[in-house]
Design a protein around this ligand. Structure first.
Ligand SMILES: Cc1ncc(COP(=O)(O)O)c(C=O)c1O
Ligand SMILES: [Zn+2]
Length: 425
Protein backbone atom coordinates (compact mmCIF):
# COMPACT_ATOMS: atom_id res chain seq x y z
CA UNK A 1 0.00 0.00 0.00
CA UNK A 2 1.04 3.58 -0.50
CA UNK A 3 2.75 5.16 2.50
CA UNK A 4 0.76 8.37 2.07
CA UNK A 5 -1.40 8.91 5.12
CA UNK A 6 -4.46 11.00 5.73
CA UNK A 7 -3.51 13.73 8.21
CA UNK A 8 -7.00 15.08 8.72
CA UNK A 9 -9.43 13.40 11.12
CA UNK A 10 -12.10 11.08 9.68
CA UNK A 11 -14.82 13.71 9.91
CA UNK A 12 -12.67 16.29 8.14
CA UNK A 13 -14.54 18.99 6.24
CA UNK A 14 -12.62 17.77 3.18
CA UNK A 15 -15.13 14.94 2.85
CA UNK A 16 -18.35 16.82 3.51
CA UNK A 17 -20.97 14.53 5.06
CA UNK A 18 -18.83 11.39 4.64
CA UNK A 19 -17.70 9.95 7.97
CA UNK A 20 -15.98 6.62 7.22
CA UNK A 21 -15.41 3.83 4.76
CA UNK A 22 -17.53 0.78 5.44
CA UNK A 23 -17.18 -2.77 4.16
CA UNK A 24 -20.01 -3.86 1.88
CA UNK A 25 -19.60 -7.45 3.09
CA UNK A 26 -19.01 -7.36 6.86
CA UNK A 27 -19.89 -3.75 7.71
CA UNK A 28 -16.50 -3.04 9.36
CA UNK A 29 -15.67 0.67 9.39
CA UNK A 30 -12.32 2.34 8.82
CA UNK A 31 -11.36 6.04 8.71
CA UNK A 32 -11.60 7.79 5.36
CA UNK A 33 -8.34 7.07 3.58
CA UNK A 34 -6.94 5.78 0.28
CA UNK A 35 -8.15 2.24 1.04
CA UNK A 36 -10.48 0.10 -1.02
CA UNK A 37 -10.38 -3.38 0.48
CA UNK A 38 -11.55 -4.45 3.95
CA UNK A 39 -8.68 -5.82 6.02
CA UNK A 40 -11.12 -8.06 7.93
CA UNK A 41 -12.73 -9.91 5.00
CA UNK A 42 -11.28 -8.47 1.74
CA UNK A 43 -14.72 -7.07 0.86
CA UNK A 44 -14.98 -3.78 -1.07
CA UNK A 45 -15.15 -0.55 0.91
CA UNK A 46 -17.65 2.20 0.22
CA UNK A 47 -18.28 5.68 1.62
CA UNK A 48 -20.60 5.95 4.63
CA UNK A 49 -22.32 9.24 5.51
CA UNK A 50 -23.98 11.05 8.36
CA UNK A 51 -26.27 13.49 6.58
CA UNK A 52 -27.86 14.47 9.90
CA UNK A 53 -24.71 15.27 11.88
CA UNK A 54 -25.06 18.11 14.40
CA UNK A 55 -24.42 21.47 12.76
CA UNK A 56 -25.03 20.16 9.23
CA UNK A 57 -27.74 22.06 7.34
CA UNK A 58 -30.59 19.83 6.14
CA UNK A 59 -30.40 19.00 2.42
CA UNK A 60 -33.53 20.33 0.74
CA UNK A 61 -34.73 20.50 -2.85
CA UNK A 62 -34.38 24.29 -2.70
CA UNK A 63 -30.77 24.10 -1.56
CA UNK A 64 -29.94 21.74 -4.43
CA UNK A 65 -31.86 23.77 -7.01
CA UNK A 66 -29.95 26.92 -6.03
CA UNK A 67 -26.63 25.18 -6.74
CA UNK A 68 -24.51 25.18 -9.91
CA UNK A 69 -25.58 23.39 -13.13
CA UNK A 70 -23.11 20.56 -12.52
CA UNK A 71 -22.72 17.62 -10.16
CA UNK A 72 -21.67 20.15 -7.50
CA UNK A 73 -25.31 21.04 -6.87
CA UNK A 74 -25.26 17.70 -4.99
CA UNK A 75 -22.05 18.46 -3.07
CA UNK A 76 -23.92 18.12 0.28
CA UNK A 77 -24.56 14.45 -0.64
CA UNK A 78 -21.01 13.66 -1.81
CA UNK A 79 -17.62 13.05 -0.13
CA UNK A 80 -16.29 16.46 -1.18
CA UNK A 81 -15.66 19.79 0.58
CA UNK A 82 -18.46 22.35 0.52
CA UNK A 83 -16.34 24.76 -1.58
CA UNK A 84 -15.57 22.12 -4.22
CA UNK A 85 -17.07 24.15 -7.09
CA UNK A 86 -14.50 26.92 -6.58
CA UNK A 87 -11.54 24.65 -7.37
CA UNK A 88 -10.18 23.95 -10.86
CA UNK A 89 -12.05 20.93 -12.15
CA UNK A 90 -14.12 19.97 -15.17
CA UNK A 91 -17.52 20.56 -13.49
CA UNK A 92 -19.27 17.63 -15.19
CA UNK A 93 -22.91 16.64 -14.91
CA UNK A 94 -26.33 18.24 -15.28
CA UNK A 95 -26.51 16.59 -18.69
CA UNK A 96 -29.77 16.59 -20.58
CA UNK A 97 -32.62 14.20 -19.95
CA UNK A 98 -34.11 13.78 -23.41
CA UNK A 99 -37.82 13.07 -23.68
CA UNK A 100 -37.63 10.33 -26.34
CA UNK A 101 -41.12 10.38 -27.84
CA UNK A 102 -40.09 9.12 -31.28
CA UNK A 103 -38.20 6.15 -29.91
CA UNK A 104 -40.98 5.46 -27.40
CA UNK A 105 -43.51 5.37 -30.24
CA UNK A 106 -41.34 3.05 -32.30
CA UNK A 107 -40.84 0.65 -29.38
CA UNK A 108 -44.38 0.91 -28.07
CA UNK A 109 -43.50 2.58 -24.77
CA UNK A 110 -45.72 5.07 -22.94
CA UNK A 111 -42.96 7.27 -21.47
CA UNK A 112 -39.26 7.11 -22.27
CA UNK A 113 -36.33 9.39 -21.39
CA UNK A 114 -32.69 9.13 -22.36
CA UNK A 115 -30.19 10.40 -19.84
CA UNK A 116 -27.56 11.56 -22.32
CA UNK A 117 -24.19 11.59 -20.58
CA UNK A 118 -22.32 12.02 -23.86
CA UNK A 119 -22.68 15.74 -23.04
CA UNK A 120 -20.04 15.63 -20.30
CA UNK A 121 -16.69 17.43 -20.80
CA UNK A 122 -14.86 14.37 -22.17
CA UNK A 123 -18.06 12.86 -23.58
CA UNK A 124 -18.78 10.05 -21.17
CA UNK A 125 -20.18 9.56 -17.68
CA UNK A 126 -16.65 8.95 -16.43
CA UNK A 127 -16.15 12.68 -15.81
CA UNK A 128 -18.58 12.32 -12.90
CA UNK A 129 -16.60 9.63 -11.11
CA UNK A 130 -13.23 11.21 -11.82
CA UNK A 131 -14.37 14.57 -10.41
CA UNK A 132 -14.99 12.99 -6.99
CA UNK A 133 -11.81 10.89 -7.12
CA UNK A 134 -9.81 14.01 -8.01
CA UNK A 135 -11.00 15.73 -4.82
CA UNK A 136 -9.92 12.72 -2.77
CA UNK A 137 -6.56 12.66 -4.56
CA UNK A 138 -5.98 16.32 -3.69
CA UNK A 139 -6.91 15.69 -0.06
CA UNK A 140 -4.58 12.69 0.25
CA UNK A 141 -1.75 14.62 -1.38
CA UNK A 142 -1.39 12.41 -4.45
CA UNK A 143 0.58 14.10 -7.20
CA UNK A 144 -0.24 11.77 -10.10
CA UNK A 145 -3.72 10.79 -11.21
CA UNK A 146 -3.90 7.33 -12.73
CA UNK A 147 -6.33 4.57 -13.72
CA UNK A 148 -6.90 1.32 -15.50
CA UNK A 149 -9.40 2.02 -18.23
CA UNK A 150 -11.44 0.58 -21.07
CA UNK A 151 -11.00 3.96 -22.81
CA UNK A 152 -13.39 6.59 -21.54
CA UNK A 153 -11.93 6.74 -18.05
CA UNK A 154 -8.45 7.34 -19.49
CA UNK A 155 -9.71 10.46 -21.27
CA UNK A 156 -11.57 11.68 -18.22
CA UNK A 157 -8.50 11.25 -16.00
CA UNK A 158 -6.16 12.91 -18.50
CA UNK A 159 -8.43 15.93 -18.80
CA UNK A 160 -9.16 16.27 -15.08
CA UNK A 161 -5.47 16.01 -14.16
CA UNK A 162 -4.52 18.59 -16.79
CA UNK A 163 -7.07 21.05 -15.46
CA UNK A 164 -6.10 20.45 -11.82
CA UNK A 165 -2.36 20.72 -12.50
CA UNK A 166 -1.57 17.11 -11.56
CA UNK A 167 0.52 14.63 -13.53
CA UNK A 168 -1.35 11.73 -15.11
CA UNK A 169 -0.47 8.23 -16.21
CA UNK A 170 -3.26 6.03 -17.53
CA UNK A 171 -3.26 2.37 -18.57
CA UNK A 172 -5.48 0.88 -21.26
CA UNK A 173 -5.65 -2.44 -23.10
CA UNK A 174 -4.02 -2.17 -26.53
CA UNK A 175 -6.49 -2.30 -29.40
CA UNK A 176 -8.94 0.36 -28.20
CA UNK A 177 -10.86 2.53 -30.65
CA UNK A 178 -8.68 5.25 -32.25
CA UNK A 179 -11.01 8.01 -31.00
CA UNK A 180 -10.55 6.93 -27.41
CA UNK A 181 -6.75 6.74 -27.75
CA UNK A 182 -6.59 10.28 -29.19
CA UNK A 183 -9.02 11.58 -26.59
CA UNK A 184 -6.90 10.10 -23.79
CA UNK A 185 -3.58 11.20 -25.28
CA UNK A 186 -4.29 14.77 -26.25
CA UNK A 187 -3.98 16.08 -22.68
CA UNK A 188 -0.31 15.06 -22.81
CA UNK A 189 -0.14 12.91 -19.73
CA UNK A 190 1.37 9.43 -20.03
CA UNK A 191 -0.81 6.91 -21.84
CA UNK A 192 0.39 3.32 -21.63
CA UNK A 193 -1.18 0.61 -23.81
CA UNK A 194 -0.85 -2.86 -22.32
CA UNK A 195 -0.90 -6.01 -24.36
CA UNK A 196 -3.71 -7.71 -22.45
CA UNK A 197 -7.36 -7.48 -21.43
CA UNK A 198 -8.79 -4.79 -19.17
CA UNK A 199 -8.77 -7.28 -16.29
CA UNK A 200 -5.04 -7.81 -16.79
CA UNK A 201 -4.48 -4.04 -16.92
CA UNK A 202 -6.41 -3.67 -13.68
CA UNK A 203 -4.39 -6.39 -11.95
CA UNK A 204 -1.19 -4.70 -13.09
CA UNK A 205 -2.36 -1.40 -11.58
CA UNK A 206 -2.99 -3.08 -8.22
CA UNK A 207 0.64 -4.25 -8.27
CA UNK A 208 1.82 -0.75 -9.07
CA UNK A 209 0.16 0.62 -5.93
CA UNK A 210 2.34 -1.66 -3.82
CA UNK A 211 5.51 -0.67 -5.66
CA UNK A 212 7.70 2.40 -5.22
CA UNK A 213 6.97 3.38 -8.85
CA UNK A 214 3.37 3.99 -7.78
CA UNK A 215 4.30 6.09 -4.73
CA UNK A 216 2.12 9.21 -4.62
CA UNK A 217 -0.24 7.92 -7.30
CA UNK A 218 -3.98 8.02 -6.93
CA UNK A 219 -5.58 5.35 -9.12
CA UNK A 220 -9.08 6.67 -9.42
CA UNK A 221 -10.67 3.23 -9.83
CA UNK A 222 -8.35 1.29 -7.51
CA UNK A 223 -7.04 2.99 -4.36
CA UNK A 224 -9.52 5.88 -4.75
CA UNK A 225 -12.36 3.58 -5.82
CA UNK A 226 -14.75 4.24 -2.89
CA UNK A 227 -14.76 7.98 -3.74
CA UNK A 228 -14.77 7.47 -7.52
CA UNK A 229 -17.78 5.17 -7.29
CA UNK A 230 -19.84 7.80 -5.46
CA UNK A 231 -19.73 9.99 -8.58
CA UNK A 232 -22.25 7.71 -10.26
CA UNK A 233 -24.84 8.59 -7.60
CA UNK A 234 -25.15 11.96 -9.30
CA UNK A 235 -26.84 10.21 -12.23
CA UNK A 236 -29.58 9.05 -9.86
CA UNK A 237 -29.96 12.51 -8.34
CA UNK A 238 -30.12 14.27 -11.72
CA UNK A 239 -32.62 11.84 -13.20
CA UNK A 240 -34.92 12.23 -10.21
CA UNK A 241 -34.60 16.04 -10.16
CA UNK A 242 -35.10 16.32 -13.93
CA UNK A 243 -38.23 14.16 -13.68
CA UNK A 244 -39.63 16.73 -11.22
CA UNK A 245 -38.27 15.11 -8.05
CA UNK A 246 -39.59 11.70 -8.89
CA UNK A 247 -37.97 8.30 -9.28
CA UNK A 248 -38.42 6.53 -12.64
CA UNK A 249 -40.41 3.29 -12.53
CA UNK A 250 -37.79 1.39 -14.52
CA UNK A 251 -34.25 2.20 -15.62
CA UNK A 252 -31.81 0.44 -17.96
CA UNK A 253 -28.11 0.87 -17.11
CA UNK A 254 -24.97 -0.39 -18.92
CA UNK A 255 -22.79 -2.77 -16.90
CA UNK A 256 -19.02 -3.14 -17.09
CA UNK A 257 -17.68 -3.37 -13.53
CA UNK A 258 -21.26 -2.74 -12.39
CA UNK A 259 -20.26 0.25 -10.27
CA UNK A 260 -22.52 2.74 -12.05
CA UNK A 261 -25.57 0.53 -11.57
CA UNK A 262 -24.98 -0.14 -7.89
CA UNK A 263 -24.41 3.53 -7.14
CA UNK A 264 -27.52 4.66 -9.00
CA UNK A 265 -29.45 2.35 -6.69
CA UNK A 266 -27.60 3.87 -3.70
CA UNK A 267 -28.51 7.36 -4.95
CA UNK A 268 -32.20 6.51 -5.29
CA UNK A 269 -32.25 5.03 -1.79
CA UNK A 270 -30.59 8.14 -0.34
CA UNK A 271 -33.14 10.43 -2.02
CA UNK A 272 -35.94 8.43 -0.41
CA UNK A 273 -34.24 8.35 3.00
CA UNK A 274 -33.68 12.12 2.90
CA UNK A 275 -37.31 12.78 1.94
CA UNK A 276 -36.26 14.45 -1.33
CA UNK A 277 -38.50 12.12 -3.38
CA UNK A 278 -41.52 10.08 -2.51
CA UNK A 279 -40.86 6.40 -2.04
CA UNK A 280 -42.05 4.28 -4.94
CA UNK A 281 -40.91 0.94 -6.31
CA UNK A 282 -38.37 1.14 -9.11
CA UNK A 283 -36.91 -1.66 -11.21
CA UNK A 284 -33.24 -1.67 -12.23
CA UNK A 285 -32.15 -3.49 -15.41
CA UNK A 286 -28.51 -4.15 -16.32
CA UNK A 287 -27.28 -4.24 -19.93
CA UNK A 288 -24.27 -6.11 -21.34
CA UNK A 289 -22.97 -7.23 -24.73
CA UNK A 290 -23.14 -10.96 -25.52
CA UNK A 291 -19.36 -10.95 -26.03
CA UNK A 292 -18.82 -9.86 -22.42
CA UNK A 293 -21.88 -10.84 -20.43
CA UNK A 294 -20.74 -12.56 -17.23
CA UNK A 295 -23.39 -10.82 -15.11
CA UNK A 296 -26.23 -11.46 -17.57
CA UNK A 297 -25.19 -15.13 -17.73
CA UNK A 298 -25.19 -15.45 -13.93
CA UNK A 299 -28.60 -13.77 -13.82
CA UNK A 300 -30.00 -16.13 -16.44
CA UNK A 301 -28.58 -19.20 -14.69
CA UNK A 302 -29.79 -18.13 -11.25
CA UNK A 303 -26.24 -17.94 -9.87
CA UNK A 304 -25.01 -15.61 -7.16
CA UNK A 305 -21.38 -15.74 -8.24
CA UNK A 306 -20.18 -14.27 -11.52
CA UNK A 307 -17.95 -16.50 -13.63
CA UNK A 308 -15.20 -14.38 -15.29
CA UNK A 309 -15.02 -14.37 -19.11
CA UNK A 310 -12.53 -13.22 -21.77
CA UNK A 311 -14.28 -10.35 -23.62
CA UNK A 312 -14.87 -10.27 -27.36
CA UNK A 313 -17.27 -7.50 -28.38
CA UNK A 314 -17.39 -4.17 -30.19
CA UNK A 315 -18.61 -2.65 -26.90
CA UNK A 316 -15.04 -2.22 -25.72
CA UNK A 317 -15.91 0.25 -22.98
CA UNK A 318 -18.01 -2.47 -21.32
CA UNK A 319 -15.39 -5.19 -21.83
CA UNK A 320 -14.68 -6.11 -18.22
CA UNK A 321 -14.64 -9.89 -17.91
CA UNK A 322 -14.36 -10.00 -14.11
CA UNK A 323 -16.68 -7.27 -12.85
CA UNK A 324 -15.96 -6.16 -9.28
CA UNK A 325 -19.58 -5.22 -8.60
CA UNK A 326 -21.12 -8.17 -10.47
CA UNK A 327 -22.68 -9.88 -7.42
CA UNK A 328 -24.17 -6.57 -6.23
CA UNK A 329 -25.68 -5.96 -9.68
CA UNK A 330 -27.34 -9.40 -9.51
CA UNK A 331 -28.67 -8.64 -6.06
CA UNK A 332 -30.10 -5.24 -7.07
CA UNK A 333 -31.69 -6.55 -10.28
CA UNK A 334 -33.37 -9.38 -8.35
CA UNK A 335 -34.36 -7.27 -5.34
CA UNK A 336 -35.97 -4.51 -7.42
CA UNK A 337 -37.74 -6.87 -9.83
CA UNK A 338 -35.43 -5.95 -12.72
CA UNK A 339 -33.16 -8.20 -14.80
CA UNK A 340 -29.73 -8.35 -16.47
CA UNK A 341 -29.75 -9.06 -20.21
CA UNK A 342 -27.30 -9.00 -23.11
CA UNK A 343 -27.43 -8.31 -26.86
CA UNK A 344 -25.30 -9.30 -29.85
CA UNK A 345 -22.89 -6.87 -31.53
CA UNK A 346 -25.29 -6.72 -34.48
CA UNK A 347 -28.11 -5.67 -32.16
CA UNK A 348 -25.78 -3.06 -30.62
CA UNK A 349 -25.14 -1.47 -34.03
CA UNK A 350 -28.87 -1.59 -34.89
CA UNK A 351 -29.65 0.13 -31.60
CA UNK A 352 -27.03 2.87 -32.18
CA UNK A 353 -28.68 3.57 -35.54
CA UNK A 354 -32.18 3.41 -34.08
CA UNK A 355 -31.33 5.96 -31.39
CA UNK A 356 -29.67 8.27 -33.92
CA UNK A 357 -32.54 7.97 -36.42
CA UNK A 358 -35.33 8.53 -33.88
CA UNK A 359 -33.83 10.99 -31.38
CA UNK A 360 -30.72 12.51 -32.96
CA UNK A 361 -28.55 11.04 -30.21
CA UNK A 362 -25.29 9.44 -31.39
CA UNK A 363 -24.23 6.85 -28.83
CA UNK A 364 -21.08 4.80 -28.53
CA UNK A 365 -21.55 0.99 -28.34
CA UNK A 366 -22.27 1.18 -24.58
CA UNK A 367 -25.38 3.22 -25.44
CA UNK A 368 -26.21 0.76 -28.20
CA UNK A 369 -26.00 -2.07 -25.66
CA UNK A 370 -28.37 -0.25 -23.34
CA UNK A 371 -30.95 0.67 -25.99
CA UNK A 372 -30.58 -2.83 -27.52
CA UNK A 373 -31.35 -4.42 -24.16
CA UNK A 374 -34.29 -2.03 -23.70
CA UNK A 375 -35.72 -3.26 -27.00
CA UNK A 376 -35.01 -6.93 -26.26
CA UNK A 377 -36.60 -6.79 -22.80
CA UNK A 378 -39.67 -5.01 -24.16
CA UNK A 379 -40.09 -7.64 -26.87
CA UNK A 380 -39.73 -10.38 -24.25
CA UNK A 381 -42.39 -8.75 -22.08
CA UNK A 382 -39.89 -8.32 -19.22
CA UNK A 383 -40.08 -4.52 -19.30
CA UNK A 384 -43.46 -2.91 -18.75
CA UNK A 385 -44.34 -0.72 -21.78
CA UNK A 386 -46.72 1.37 -19.67
CA UNK A 387 -44.15 2.23 -16.97
CA UNK A 388 -42.09 5.42 -16.96
CA UNK A 389 -38.70 4.34 -18.32
CA UNK A 390 -35.22 5.88 -18.39
CA UNK A 391 -32.24 4.54 -20.37
CA UNK A 392 -28.71 5.79 -19.96
CA UNK A 393 -26.48 6.76 -22.86
CA UNK A 394 -23.10 6.84 -21.14
CA UNK A 395 -20.79 7.73 -24.05
CA UNK A 396 -20.41 9.54 -27.37
CA UNK A 397 -20.46 7.82 -30.78
CA UNK A 398 -17.83 10.23 -32.13
CA UNK A 399 -15.16 8.22 -30.27
CA UNK A 400 -16.25 4.94 -31.89
CA UNK A 401 -16.98 5.79 -35.51
CA UNK A 402 -15.97 2.34 -36.77
CA UNK A 403 -19.02 0.79 -35.11
CA UNK A 404 -21.26 2.43 -37.71
CA UNK A 405 -18.75 2.57 -40.56
CA UNK A 406 -21.46 2.04 -43.21
CA UNK A 407 -23.11 5.40 -42.48
CA UNK A 408 -22.07 8.34 -44.64
CA UNK A 409 -22.83 10.32 -47.77
CA UNK A 410 -25.98 9.20 -49.59
CA UNK A 411 -24.80 10.52 -52.98
CA UNK A 412 -21.83 12.37 -54.52
CA UNK A 413 -22.92 14.79 -57.24
CA UNK A 414 -21.78 17.65 -59.46
CA UNK A 415 -22.68 21.14 -58.11
CA UNK A 416 -25.81 21.57 -60.21
CA UNK A 417 -29.55 21.37 -59.70
CA UNK A 418 -29.83 18.84 -62.50
CA UNK A 419 -27.35 16.51 -60.83
CA UNK A 420 -29.18 16.80 -57.50
CA UNK A 421 -32.55 16.11 -59.17
CA UNK A 422 -31.24 13.07 -60.99
CA UNK A 423 -29.51 11.73 -57.87
CA UNK A 424 -32.82 11.80 -55.99
CA UNK A 425 -35.02 10.37 -58.74
C1 LIG B 1 -19.37 4.52 -21.80
C2 LIG B 1 -19.39 3.62 -20.61
N1 LIG B 1 -20.58 3.23 -20.13
C3 LIG B 1 -20.68 2.42 -19.08
C4 LIG B 1 -19.57 1.92 -18.43
C5 LIG B 1 -19.79 0.99 -17.28
O1 LIG B 1 -19.29 1.43 -16.08
P1 LIG B 1 -19.21 0.53 -14.77
O2 LIG B 1 -17.82 -0.04 -14.74
O3 LIG B 1 -19.46 1.51 -13.69
O4 LIG B 1 -20.24 -0.55 -14.85
C6 LIG B 1 -18.30 2.29 -18.88
C7 LIG B 1 -17.11 1.79 -18.22
O5 LIG B 1 -16.02 1.95 -18.59
C8 LIG B 1 -18.22 3.18 -20.00
O6 LIG B 1 -17.04 3.58 -20.48
ZN1 LIG C 1 -15.26 -6.69 5.53
Amino acid sequence: MSTIQLDAPATSAAFGPAVALSCRECGARVPLGPQYVCVECFGPLEVAYDFHAAGRAPVTRELIESGPASIWRYAPLLPVPADVASKPNLNPGWTRLVRAENLARELGLRSLHIKDDSGNPTHSFKDRVVAIALEAARTFGFTTLSCSSTGNLAGAVGAAAARAGLDSCVFVPAGLEAGKIVMAGVYEGELIAIDGTYDEVNRFCSELIGDEVGEGWGFVNVNLRPYYAEGSKTLAYEIAEQLGWQLPEQIVIPVASGSQLTKIDKGFKELIALGLVEERPYKIFGAQADGCSPVAAAYRDGHEVVQPVRPDTIAKSLAIGNPADGPYVLDIARRTGGAVESVSDEQVVDAIRLLARTEGVFAEPAGGVTVGVLRKLLEAGTLDPSAQTVVINSGDGLKTLDAVAGAGVTATIAPSLAAFRSARS
